[in-house]
Design a binder for this molecule. Structure first.
Ligand code: C5P
Length: 218
């Protein structure tokens, strides 16, 4: 466990994934997008016709997850699901299955296995609180709901998908409310996390601030 870890937790569309990618790239570290594991579990369970409220059945799906990441693409049981994983509907399914403790238990070891030399940047909701409590740097990344909805809107538009900002904001606030209020590893800052509101920051500014925090600790 002396492989260094940086955790970035925070609400939906706060920019965790982009920031994690940037920081990992600069440091030459591995990356764990833990949300993708919950998304894949939700997608696989729903495709198998399993009731997403059935904790044990969904946990069995999580244990048998045939998920692979390679060259920026994700495959599930051999099928390319890169786009399907990013869909808003998949995010909602993820948050539904993520509320079950047996599902979280089923995905724990898989997440720990991402910790390999020279280091790891892990993003999600409970990276600093539950999965990597000994991380050398824990960041809690936030941005206003308006900013997050606007960023998500831009992302979708750039992919040629139309959506209303108001609808996106309602969806992400509903997802955040569920993630914060659940009893299994709720979304909350670790006691020793540094908080960063990036509403008015560019990605480069956030990245450089994190790298400075990391250098100060090393
Ligand atoms: O970050 P992302 O939007 O991909 O996460 C999708 C959902 O997966 C979240 O809304 C949350 O419910 C769940 N999740 C979680 N724990 C994590 C990562 C994601 O519960 N570490």
């Amino acid at each position: 466990a002396d492989v260094p870890v940086i955790t970035i937790d925070g609400p939906t569309a706060s920019g965790k994934g982009t920031l994690a990618d940037e920081v990992a790239h600069e440091l030459g570290y591995w990356i764990l997008d833990s949300g993708a594991l919950y998304r894949a579990t939700g997608l696989a369970a729903s495709r198998a016709g399993i009731d997403l409220d059935d904790a044990q059945a969904v946990a069995a799906v999580a244990r048998g997850l045939d998920l692979h990441f390679r060259k920026g693409r994700a495959t599930l049981a051999g099928e390319d699901v890169t786009e399907a994983l990013r869909a808003e509907a998949t995010g909602l399914m993820a948050s539904q299955v993520a509320a079950h403790q047996p599902v979280r238990d089923a995905l724990q070891q898989l997440q720990l296995d991402f910790r390999r030399a020279p280091g790891l940047v892990a993003d999600g909701r409970d990276m600093g609180t539950a999965i990597f409590p000994d991380a050398g740097l824990k960041v809690f990344l936030t941005a206003s709901a308006a900013t997050r909805a606007e960023r998500r809107h831009k992302q979708l538009i750039s992919k040629g998908i139309s959506a209303s900002i108001e609808g996106l904001r309602a969806d992400l606030e509903a997802r955040d409310a569920r993630d914060k209020s659940r009893s299994a590893s709720p979304l909350k800052p670790a006691a020793d996390a540094l908080s960063l509101d990036n509403s008015a920051q560019t990605i480069e500014e956030s990245r450089d601030l994190l790298l400075r925090w990391w250098a100060e600790r090393g």
